[in-house]
Ligand binder design. Structure first.
Ligand SMILES: Nc1ncnc2c1ncn2[C@@H]1O[C@H](COP(=O)(O)OP(=O)(O)OP(=O)(O)O)[C@@H](O)[C@H]1O
Length: 384
């Protein structure tokens, strides 16, 4: 008889090892606030599992509940219902100072009378970490944020971006399990913000700590994140990698909130070999590679297609593509690209972004009749 308690010789260690706990998990989390006689759900049933070492963003418009979600992870708010876990441990109700997380805010909150190095050392000194170790860790952190040469300066002698890097060094020096960042770049001008986005991503990669980043800026979230939770009205509307969220928005809200998207009303006319045909605009035919299972001939739906996926030209395009005629109503030169607004009939318009190759003339001018085309796999159906 075969022994019963031996591991199968061909089993891979990953098959038998327990799955790693997420660094942060929210399970059915609800947060209500009283507003006069009413109670408002700022967060309305959020489930999330954030992996260790992940750069995770909570993205959404003002008031969608991102900050409240983050404050519950930090322990500054208690959920009305649901559970918060850090490394698998239920920390619901555990105060902020007993959680292994740190937070960075938009306002740097540095001590103005202390040097940069003393600001970073502050937490370690309070914990009684020996002086030589404190000095070593502070120097390491200042090198990481490329401010080693500013260690003796006061915060007021630094630029906004440098002050934010000191705040980051201070939050990372005690090696928290996770770092929570609430719109930390919001006070910086656009150019600085863009270079800090690259910096933040590099720093996160180097330290390998889980980052949870709150922002209403979709460009920022797309640039830095491993995964993004798009929030709307207290709930997670879509969870995915930046390219999943951008290329395959799951709802009209996400399609609209992330970048620019064309949303066209359409009626399903039938199925071809690999594609469905959908009537859009003024009787034109769009091809869609996949439709939701519930859709049949005659169903009404919305199609989404990104402006940079649409080709514009004056000749009728051939091949298996969506083909929609229209009239140019607006052209906008933006340097790297030209944007066209095209009336396609039926009360619908399509925006097209065309890269400006060197020296190329505009494809069309205002009032010109044009053909728009795109590949079936570049448009998706969304519920009406
Ligand atoms: N302490 C509070 N008391 C009452 N209502 C609150 C409280 N904190 C937040 N809210 C409400 O909860 C909702 C979500 O707020 P939250 O700050 O989480 O949104 P947000 O997505 O972070 O917005 P923003 O980007 O503007 O900070 C809002 O309607 C807000 O007014």
């Amino acid at each position: 008889m075969a022994p019963t308690n031996t591991t199968h010789p061909e089993a891979h260690p990953a098959d038998t090892a327990p799955a790693q706990e997420p660094a942060i998990a929210l399970e059915g989390v609800v947060k209500s606030f009283r507003s006069g006689a009413e109670s408002v759900n700022a967060v309305n049933g959020v489930d999330l599992a954030i992996a260790r070492g992940e750069f995770f963003s909570l993205l959404g418009p003002s008031g969608c509940g991102k900050t409240t979600t983050m404050r519950m992870i930090a322990g500054f708010e208690d959920p009305t219902r649901g559970v918060v876990r850090l490394d698998g441990r239920d920390v619901t109700g555990v105060p902020a100072n007993h959680r292994d997380v740190n937070m960075v805010f938009q306002s740097y909150a540095l001590f103005p009378h202390m040097s940069v190095a003393d600001n970073v050392a502050f937490g370690l000194r309070r914990k009684g970490v020996p002086k030589p170790e404190t000095a070593r860790r502070v120097a390491e952190m200042l090198d990481l944020v490329e401010l080693g040469h500013r260690a003796r300066h006061r915060p007021s002698q630094l630029s906004g971006g440098q002050q934010q890097r000191v705040a980051l060094a201070r939050a990372l020096v005690n090696q928290p399990g996770a770092l929570l960042l609430d719109e930390p770049l919001g006070a910086l001008d656009l150019k600085l913000r863009q270079s800090m986005q690259v910096e933040l991503k590099r720093i996160q990669r180097e330290v390998g700590i889980t980052f949870v980043y709150v922002t209403h800026d979709q460009g920022e979230a797309l640039t830095m994140s491993d995964r993004i939770a798009v929030m709307n009205d207290g709930a997670v509307e879509q969870l995915g990698t930046p390219s999943e969220i951008y290329e395959r928005p799951a709802s009209r809200f996400v399609a609209d909130f992330i970048g620019t998207s064309n949303l066209l009303r359409g009626v399903v006319r039938g199925a071809g070999a690999d594609v469905w045909t959908v009537e859009v605009g003024d009787g034109a035919t769009a091809l869609v590679a996949e439709l939701p299972g519930t859709v049949t001939t005659g169903s009404h739906l919305h199609l989404t297609v990104r402006p940079e996926k649409v080709r514009i030209g004056t000749e009728r395009p051939g091949g298996d593509v969506s083909r929609v005629p229209g009239t140019v109503t607006e052209t906008v030169y933006t340097g790297a690209a030209t944007h066209y607004q095209v009336d396609v009939g039926g009360g619908e318009a399509i925006t097209v972004y065309q890269q400006n190759a060197s020296g190329s003339a505009p494809v069309a001018v205002r009032g010109q009749k044009v053909w728009l085309s795109w590949h079936p796999q570049h448009s998706y159906a969304l519920p009406t």
